[in-house]
Design a protein around this ligand. Structure first.
Ligand SMILES: Nc1ncnc2c1ncn2[C@@H]1O[C@H](COP(=O)(O)OP(=O)(O)OP(=O)(O)O)[C@@H](O)[C@H]1O
Ligand SMILES: [Mg+2]
Length: 285
């Protein structure tokens, strides 16, 4: 499929969202403030910003793993807790949370077992998911027999078993080497195109964000805020040529500058350096 398939119906909507955390001793820490964000159905949105700016917290708010201190989070037109009950989203984290004593297919099957789905339908769904992530030959393997990238594909397969409308991914490829990360980027785009799912993707890598996204949400720290949203107008499908195109480099520069201009509002030298390191790896790797 080519082109964007976004519509104007927001699949995720955050309005006036703040998130405070209580600190020991009674003080509070404002992790996020004044977050207004609408995600269109079928788009691929990345969240980027310095360490501690609240990217994971924002993802967790959408996934109802934590609740806002102020404001409203709406997912698929319902309050986030209801969307969670309805399994409207799947989540993938930096470390693929797999059970070592279960084979690949048993790991993917777990959510279906927990909901008591009937066996034939369940096995068919597991097979379909393993096809989707191109691991059917590894169904009987155990996680330790797989590479990091393959383990992450198992985690993606499991997150997609209920055909969620939204896939929330928190630095899913952060632990992978650059070559594997690029391959996984193409994989995730293929899955996104095949399923029509909306993806919210947290990353530290500017090149990764630009390559994948329809829009890049740039955040600044202390307290975490959205400072800019960059529309990425690179044509799809995206591949090797994308990474070599002039427009791609222009977009990378745009996002880098957006990050820099948020710097005054609290980005530490360390976190900026880590972003630039990730970026340099992406451009040279
Ligand atoms: N459960 C918690 N209790 C207290 N403070 C928290 C909690 N979770 C997050 N924070 C704080 O909220 C801020 C944002 O954290 P968050 O994990 O969302 O940042 P992040 O942007 O994902 O960072 P990184 O890029 O390092 O993963 C940080 O200052 C963090 O210390
Ligand atoms: Mg995080």
């Amino acid at each position: 499929m080519t082109g964007e398939r976004v519509t104007d119906v927001p699949v995720v909507s955050l309005a006036g969202v703040d998130k405070d955390f209580a600190l020991p001793g009674g003080a509070t820490m404002t992790a996020l403030t004044g977050i207004d964000l609408d995600l269109r159905r079928g788009e691929f949105v990345s969240l980027i910003g310095p360490s501690g700016c609240g990217k994971s917290t924002l993802l967790r708010l959408i996934g109802d793993l934590t609740q806002p201190s102020a404001g409203v989070v709406t997912v698929n037109g319902k309050p986030a807790p209801q969307a969670r009950l309805d399994r409207d989203y799947g989540m993938v984290f930096q470390a693929p949370v797999l059970f070592d004593w279960r084979t690949v297919e048993e790991n993917v099957r777990l959510p279906l077992e927990l909901t008591g789905q009937e066996r034939t339908a369940r096995d068919a769904r597991v097979a379909e998911m393993l096809e989707l992530v191109e691991l059917p030959d590894f169904a009987r393997h155990y996680p330790y027999q797989l590479s990091g990238g393959m383990q992450q594909r198992v985690a993606i397969a499991r997150a997609l078993t209920f055909s969620p409308a939204i896939l929330l991914m928190d630095e899913p490829f952060g632990a992978l080497d650059e070559m594997t990360r690029e391959r996984m980027n193409s994989e995730v785009l293929r899955i996104w195109e095949q399923t029509g799912i909306t993806v919210v993707f947290v990353t530290h890598s500017i090149p990764e964000a630009v390559f994948l996204s329809s829009r890049v949400v740039v955040m600044s720290a202390r307290p975490g805020r959205i400072t800019r949203i960059v529309e990425v107008d690179l044509p799809r499908p995206r591949g090797v040529e994308t990474r070599e195109s002039r427009r791609y480099f222009e977009m990378v520069t745009q996002v880098r500058e957006a990050l820099r201009s948020g710097e005054g509002s609290g980005t530490s030298d360390d976190s900026l350096a880590s972003i630039e390191r990730a970026e340099a790896e992406g451009l040279t790797g």
